[in-house]
Design a protein around this ligand. Sequence first.
Ligand code: FES
Length: 65
Amino acid sequence: MSDNDFLLCRHMGLTRNDFVKIIKEKNLTTVEAVMDETDAGSVCGSCIYDLNLLMEEILEEQKKK
Ligand code: FES
């Protein structure tokens, strides 16, 4: 895990970088699609807020390209 990485969904054991990788590889554009793909958010849901922020960040970044 790099310094700016953190466990984003502790129930699925997925870090921020894991999500970035999955989102980019599969070209996911919504949090719902990420949740379907990874089952994140299906246990306690506390990671959904962070997932929304991450998705916004990635979409913003893609707009700039
Ligand atoms: S932290 Fe993601 S479902 Fe609990």
